[in-house]
Design a protein around this ligand. Structure first.
Ligand SMILES: CC(C)(COP(=O)(O)OP(=O)(O)OC[C@H]1O[C@@H](n2cnc3c(N)ncnc32)[C@H](O)[C@@H]1OP(=O)(O)O)[C@@H](O)C(=O)NCCC(=O)NCCS
Length: 174
C-alpha cells in the first residue's frame, strides 16, 4: 500500500507545468508494454501532444501523488452512441505500480463521472487479455467483467483478445 499520509488527487493537465512528468510515463517501457500509443522522444513532441489531444480532450486528468502528476486517467465518450457510453483509460509510471493508486483513481472517477455527465449510462473498460494488473484494477473498483472479445483488435501488430468490463450508472458502488 501507499503511505497512509499520501494524498491521491486528480487534476487537469496543462502544457506549462507537467511536460517532465508527462515524459516520465510516456517514455516508461513497462507502460508501453500494454499501451498502444507511441512514446514521445522529445519535450517538444510531448508539448505538441498535450496541446493537441489532452487540453482538448472532454475528460482527462492527471493522477497526482502528493500533488505530483504520476500518470493520468481519462473518460472518452463513444461518439457513435449518442454519448450514453464512455470508455475509461489510465496509466501510471511503473515505479508507482502495486500500491493501489490506479484503483483509487478509478474509484474516484466512478463515484463522480455519472453526476458530471448525466447522459452517461455505461462506462466501459477494455483491457488486453494479458494485462492482469489492469483487469484487477477494474474488478477492485466495482466494474463487472462481461467477457472476452476474441481476436477483437490489433495490438503491437498481433490480433489480440480483449476483456470487456463495464460500470452502469445504476450499479451500486461499495
Ligand atoms: C494498469 C495500471 C494502471 C495498474 O496500476 P496500479 O496502481 O499498479 O494498480 P493497483 O495497485 O491499484 O492494482 C494492481 C493489482 O494487480 C495485481 N497484480 C499485479 N501484478 C499482477 C500479476 N502479474 N498477476 C496478477 N495480479 C497482479 C496487484 O496485486 C493488485 O491487486 P491486489 O490489490 O488485489 O493485490 C499500471 O500497471 C499501468 O499503468 N500499466 C500500463 C498502462 C495500462 O496497462 N493501462 C491500462 C490499459 S487498459
Amino acid at each position: 500500500m501507499k503511505n497512509e499520509s499520501d494524498i491521491i488527487s486528480l487534476r487537469l493537465l496543462d502544457q506549462t507545468d507537467v511536460v517532465d512528468d508527462f515524459m516520465e510515463w510516456s517514455l516508461d517501457e513497462n507502460v508501453s508494454n500494454f499501451f498502444t500509443r507511441g512514446t514521445f522522444l522529445t519535450k517538444k513532441d510531448a508539448k505538441r501532444y498535450i496541446t493537441k489531444f489532452i487540453v482538448t480532450h472532454p475528460w482527462f486528468r492527471a493522477i497526482c501523488l502528493n500533488g505530483k502528476p504520476i500518470g493520468y486517467i481519462c473518460v472518452s465518450p463513444d461518439v457513435g452512441s449518442d454519448r450514453f457510453k464512455g470508455e475509461i483509460g489510465y496509466v501510471l509510471s511503473s515505479k508507482y505500480w502495486g500500491k493501489g493508486i490506479a484503483t483509487k483513481a478509478v474509484k474516484m472517477v466512478a463515484a463522480t463521472i455519472f453526476v458530471e455527465w448525466p447522459h452517461l449510462v455505461r462506462l466501459e473498460g477494455m483491457v488486453n487479455i494479458d494485462n492482469i494488473r489492469s483487469q484487477r484494477v477494474l474488478e477492485k473498483a466495482g466494474f463487472t467483467r462481461e467477457g472476452v472479445l476474441r481476436k477483437y483488435y490489433i495490438f503491437k501488430r498481433k490480433l489480440s483478445d480483449l476483456v470487456m468490463f463495464s460500470l452502469l450508472s445504476t450499479d451500486q458502488l461499495t
